[in-house]
Ligand binder design. Structure first.
Ligand SMILES: *[C@@H]1O[C@H](CO)[C@@H](O)[C@H](O)[C@H]1NC(C)=O
Ligand SMILES: *[C@@H]1O[C@H](CO)[C@@H](O)[C@H](O)[C@H]1NC(C)=O
Length: 363
């Protein structure tokens, strides 16, 4: 029997410390932007997006066939694809995209999932980097938007991109594809499919999980969800997208938190489930047991440097875990050394939409 002192101390954090971390950070609010429409210049720009019933202008409308081709090549037998979006800041060498793809390569049962991953590039640089790294790339370019402009414009751009994503995902559902949407700052350590609910239409990861996957009071995180293509999910995505007009200036995740209680969703018969952070964790609420973790999200994090710092430690922890003797893995509760640079900063700075945008775009 190995004594505790032979365990790499850096990686093994005992339950009490994990609990402490949870208590310390569990109280923090949703990490996504809480932007209010008042006093913020979202509305001075006319919307460049069509309504949810308009055909999405993918690359100006000409590349619908290209999308169909990429999806067909990447899809699993049951027409499921994994979708990640990528912007210039996260596509730069040695940044988020490299760590994301590395996690698939070293995860358990995740390498084969790369064949089903479609990276949706939001700008030209991201597209070019994707083509260097990966097989299935698609450019979703919003015409006339130059996000090198001033900060307020970047905020507008960012918010619009978030909503564009919802509209894009709705179009995938309409094309008959089921998808797992994942932010690229989510590490895939184990195949998540065995942990999904079989009968849910829409299932989503959480910043904080209440312990009950049916409880609408869970705090969902829009960065990871699994959606089955059917009438209910298509109508739900249309409803979600159109609700941005009722809550102008709000992020898609905030709007989801408003509409999840709407009787319309019950009328639709949409089965919504919230995923347990034990399997789908993040820096807000880490997966406590590395024997169970499927994905870990660098949420609750301010600043690209902090995010990269903690993601690298997360990957290192995972590698150390994989190298431990099986007896040790079973006999000890193994946990993470993160959050470190994330979270603490975040708690103090998360309420500024400008900063959230800079965080997302990596400035
Ligand atoms: C979980 O939440 C649902 C919806 O709020 C509720 O109906 C159910 O009783 C809860 N289950 C448990 C075990 O508390
Ligand atoms: C992480 O935090 C440490 C301690 O506060 C600091 O010295 C270091 O510069 C930070 N690193 C990054 C990449 O933010």
């Amino acid at each position: 029997m190995l004594s505790e002192s032979t365990v790499p101390r850096a990686v093994l954090v005992f339950a009490s410390i994990s609990v402490f971390i949870l208590l310390l950070y569990g109280a923090s609010d949703s990490p996504r932007v809480h932007s209010s429409s008042s006093g913020y210049p979202f509305n001075i720009f006319p919307s460049r997006l069509g309504g949810s019933d308009s055909k999405i202008p993918i690359n100006g409308g000409g590349d619908y066939n290209k999308l169909e081709k990429v999806l067909k090549e990447a899809a699993m037998e049951d027409k499921t694809v994994i979708i990640a979006t990528l912007n210039e800041a996260w596509a730069a060498p040695n940044t988020v995209i490299d760590l994301f793809l590395e996690s698939f390569r070293i995860g358990q049962g995740t390498r084969r999932l790369l064949d089903h991953l479609v990276i949706v590039a939001l700008d030209e640089k991201a597209y070019r980097r994707c083509m260097e790294l990966h097989t299935h790339c698609f450019a979703l370019v919003t015409q006339g938007l130059d996000f090198h402009d001033e900060a307020y414009f970047m905020t507008h751009f960012y918010l619009e991109m978030m909503w564009r994503r919802i509209d894009f995902l709705r179009s995938l559902l309409e094309m008959g594809y089921n998808f797992v949407f994942t932010d690229a700052d989510i590490m895939w350590f184990r195949d998540p499919f065995p942990r999904f609910f079989l009968d849910a239409d829409f299932q989503i990861a959480c910043d904080h999980f209440s312990g009950n996957s049916s409880d609408m009071r869970n705090r969902p995180n829009g960065g990871f969800n699994y959606v089955k293509s059917n009438k209910r999910s298509i109508e739900f995505y249309k409803f979600w997208y159109s609700s941005r007009e009722i809550y102008p200036g709000y992020h898609d995740q905030d709007v989801l938190n408003f509409i999840k209680f709407d009787p319309f969703i019950e009328d639709l018969g949409l089965k919504m489930r919230f995923l347990d952070t034990a399997f789908f964790g993040g820096l807000c609420e880490p997966s406590k047991d590395l024997n169970l973790v499927c994905t870990m999200h660098a949420n609750c994090c301010y600043g690209l440097d902090s995010k990269l710092h903690d993601l690298r430690i997360m990957l290192q922890d995972w590698k150390t875990f994989l190298s431990l003797p099986p007896t040790l893995i079973r006999s000890l509760s193994v946990s993470w050394r993160v959050p470190q640079n994330c979270s603490l900063n975040y708690v103090h700075q998360h309420d500024s939409p400008e900063k959230s945008v800079q965080q997302t775009l990596g400035h």
